[in-house]
Design a protein around this ligand. Structure first.
Ligand code: NI
Length: 191
């Protein structure tokens, strides 16, 4: 198990565009080790996802998993997914207001608009191609992680900075209303 250091907002690497991974690179021990380390680091930090640039590797790779996540207990289950060279496109104009945090932005959450329905094409760690639709909070998680590959943090998408809270103050003042709203949303749109 190798947990890597997570870069924090202010580190210029988080603002770079990550580059595509070739099939040869993906099969290499170094990139397979990076993927293992991303999974270990995501698990150690209780993240719902992590992207390679967050550990300083400017490659278009992210891992996503939601399994009774204590940071995000209302999120629908997402099996461990290794996402390489993702291409994401909205299926329509419908958006929702999500409340997000990020392992690279310690102790801050805020409201961002995300597309409800997206199509995502990617390779898994073996190079197999996937072309799938993701909806709701799961779509939001994919959008958040793909943003990292273009040097974008959720902070850039916070449309009302008055929604910013620490995690403690979110729990204290905002969690109940958000969970009620988002639970109805998840029931309506699925994942
Ligand atoms: Ni993040």
């Amino acid at each position: 198990m190798a947990v890597r250091e997570i870069l924090h907002v202010g580190n210029p690497t988080l603002r770079e565009r990550s580059r595509e991974v070739t099939r040869e690179e993906l099969a290499s021990p170094a990139v397979q080790q990076l993927i293992d380390d991303l999974i270990d680091t995501m698990h150690a930090a209780n993240g719902a996802g992590i992207a390679a640039p967050q550990v300083g590797a400017l490659l278009r790779i992210t891992t996503i998993e939601v399994n009774h996540n204590p940071r995000y207990p209302y999120k629908p289950h997402i099996p461990l997914t290794v996402v390489v060279n993702p291409v994401i496109e909205p299926l329509d104009d419908e958006q929702f207001e999500n409340n997000e945090g990020c392992l690279s932005v310690p102790n801050l959450r805020g409201n961002v608009l995300r597309h409800v329905n997206v199509r995502v094409c990617w390779w898994d760690r073996d190079g197999n191609e996937h072309d799938e639709v993701r909806r709701g909070l799961t779509a939001g998680t994919f959008q958040h992680e793909c943003d990292h590959l273009d040097g974008i943090l959720f902070l850039d998408r916070v449309h009302d900075t008055r929604s910013l809270t620490t995690w403690e103050q979110f729990e204290r003042f905002h969690r109940d209303a958000f969970v009620e709203r988002i639970t109805q949303f998840v029931r309506r749109v699925g994942s």
